[in-house]
Design a protein around this ligand. Structure first.
Ligand SMILES: Nc1ncnc2c1ncn2[C@@H]1O[C@H](COP(=O)(O)OP(=O)(O)OP(=O)(O)O)[C@@H](O)[C@H]1O
Length: 588
């Protein structure tokens, strides 16, 4: 309730007011209707006075019914608008939560379970709660109206009805709870099934699934999981159907008990014909309303417990601590990035990925990091981008620990191209502009960044140039090669206003000519920024001002290319297996 109220006060109030008006009108109409029937049935002489009274009742009932229909339509509209607003707001909140959580959450299966449950529940669940609540409120008020009429006929009717309908309500609430608990338990299994289904339907795995003939096997795994889930669900449904049948029989007995009671009351003359007619109108309705309420309350209960999943997600808090009093970022362009005795262990991992690493990226310099697979290079980059905080040691920017800056502020000064860079299905221009989404920069800078990365060569050949939709997800989209996508990602980092450019094997898919061109004039391309390059290729690292060699999470050697070659050891082993001139000499 607080969630809904917080999102949409105006519409929630309007909805409740309209529902109240609708119910009061309904009660008034029934009341006038009763008088109309009594007037018609009364054994008074047929004269002008009687005709006038009947006409008056008819006119009031007709006008009142028209007003009632209008109010009902308005209240349905207001409820729907309110529900839509809540739905949009919750959707927005889920996305906000996902974006604000730090990368550490993505390491944990529990996070994916919570996210899946929240996405399964919302944004429909709060929406349904609004509709449920509106329905229950409406039914309650109508029931009060009908109840007061039923009590005026006989006080026994209401408790009799409630007694027989209560078991239906309880059974439905119990089933809702069982369903929720079951879904909660099954989330990891359902995620496995979704993963297998994605493998079968998405383009990223399509080639290997066909190449290795894995289709039938994966389909078998998927069907196995789904059939298991279906069997359990059907078992629950079967048990529930049996219970529902029993309680429905009870409710029907209750209905006929009331009918029998009223028949005898009429015979004994305890109720009038007007009462009986009124009863015949409202009785089926009250039965329907009570059943609707049972459904509404169990629905509310069910949606409410699904909403708990949403709250579970909203309650997740980022683990990266933001400083209470963030320091302003250094004004000067000449800032150094320094790593001091840093160690880091991934959440849920036993062994540290980085041990006592120290290195320096001076302003305006190009620094390279090399090492075998699993040496810890990418991990170091993630820490430099402050996607994680070190377990020990620190990273300093111009002598200040980067934890003293607001993380969003700090990240603006680092632009990284990761191995698994983003391939965004948006226009080519937007792909580059996302490197500095808040900057109001002239369009020409997009092309300039694109020229520096080599992406301009193929984008200019597209009939729609930079307006071309990239990827094949959307109409008229252009799929390009991995190397061409990589050039676009590099252009994005060049476009950004950062002081440090980080390339984590960012040129691995570039052809030798493109890569050579890029690194030959790399210094001009990055301007006065500093760069950190991770690469397995000699052509990418040999021109660096300083090179660090990493192994088993540590810095093993460092120096210039010439110094390291002279030193021998890991670097020489990595890069001197083939003649130094060869582009692929450094591939590990
Ligand atoms: N998310 C993670 N959770 C736990 N351990 C991880 C995670 N990512 C990487 N590791 C481990 O950390 C170590 C360093 O990995 P990292 O990705 O930094 O290596 P790398 O030097 O970049 O390797 P490559 O050259 O293959 O890219 C490896 O032992 C790896 O298994």
């Amino acid at each position: 309730m607080r969630l809904i109220w917080g999102i949409s006060r105006k519409w929630t109030t309007l909805t409740l007011v309209l529902i109240a008006v609708e119910s009061v009108l309904y009660l008034l109409l029934l009341y006038i209707f009763k008088h109309l029937i009594n007037e018609v049935a009364r054994s008074t002489p047929f004269n002008t006075e009687k005709v006038q009274r009947v006409e008056w009742y008819l006119a009031v009932i007709t006008a009142g019914t028209i007003i009632y229909v209008v109010v009902k339509a308005l209240s349905t509209l207001a409820t729907e608008i309110n529900a839509q607003r809540v739905k949009e707001s919750i959707d927005e909140k889920i996305h906000e939560c996902a974006v604000n959580l730090d990368l550490a959450f993505y390491e944990s299966p529990a996070y994916f379970d919570t996210m899946k449950r929240a996405r399964d529940a919302g944004p429909e669940a709060p929406n349904n709660v609004v509709l449920n609540l509106a329905d229950i409120a409406k039914n309650c008020l109508t029931l009060v109206a009908i109840g007061s009429i039923l009590i005026s006929i006989s006080w026994l009717l209401l408790p009799l009805l409630a007694l027989f309908i209560a078991p239906t309500l309880l059974v439905r609430i119990r089933y809702a709870e069982q369903l929720y608990q079951w879904r909660r338990r099954q989330t990891p299994v359902e995620r496995q099934a979704t993963y297998l289904s994605d493998l079968l339907t998405e383009d990223t795995s399509a080639k290997e699934i066909r190449g290795y003939g894995l289709g039938a096997y994966i389909r078998g795994l998927y069907t196995g999981i789904r059939l298991g889930l279906m069997r359990e669900r059907l078992q629950m449904t079967r048990r529930n159907t049996f219970k529902e049948l029993l309680t429905n029989i009870m409710a029907t007995l209750g209905l006929f008990a009331c009918i029998a009671y009223l028949c005898f009351s009429l015979i004994k003359g305890r109720i009038s014909v007007g009462d009986m007619s009124l009863f015949l109108i409202v009785f089926p309705q009250s039965y329907g309303i009570l059943q609707g309420m049972a459904q509404g309350i169990s629905g509310l209960y069910q949606n409410n417990i699904f909403i708990n999943n949403l709250f579970e997600l909203f309650d997740l808090r980022a683990t990266l601590k933001e400083p209470e009093h963030p320091l302003p970022f250094p004004e000067s362009d000449a800032v150094d990035l320094e790593v001091e005795n840093m160690s880091f262990t991934y959440p849920h991992a036993k062994e540290p990925a980085l041990r006592n690493v120290s290195l320096r990226v001076p302003s305006g310099k190009i620094v390279a990091i090399v090492g075998l697979n699993g040496a810890g290079k990418t991990t170091l980059i993630k820490l430099l981008c402050r996607l994680y905080d070190p377990s020990e040691g620190s990273i300093k920017m111009d002598g200040t620990d980067i934890r003293c800056f607001r993380s969003t502020e700090y990240r603006k000064h680092i632009s990284a191209v990761f191995q698994d860079f983003g391939r965004f299905n948006i226009t080519a221009a937007e792909n580059i502009r996302w490197g500095d989404i808040d900057g109001e920069r002239p369009e020409s800078e997009i092309e300039s960044a694109s020229r520096k990365s080599g992406a301009h060569d193929y984008i200019r050949r597209f009939p729609e140039g930079y307006g071309t939709m990239m990827g094949r997800l959307f109409e008229n989209g252009r799929e390009v090669s991995i190397g061409q996508w990589q050039k676009l990602a590099i252009a994005r980092s060049f476009y950004s206003n950062s002081r440090f450019v980080i390339f984590d094997e960012a040129t691995s898919a570039l052809d030798a000519v493109s890569e050579d061109e890029l690194f030959q004039s790399f210094r001009q391309r990055i301007g006065n920024r500093a760069a950190l390059i991770i690469s397995h290729r000699l052509s990418a690292v040999r021109h660096a001002d300083h090179i660090y060699v990493m192994g088993e999470g540590r810095v093993q050697q460092h120096g210039t290319h010439e110094e390291l070659v002279a030193m021998g050891g890991t670097y020489a082993k990595l890069f001197l297996k083939k003649p130094v001139e060869s582009d692929n000499a450094g591939q590990s």
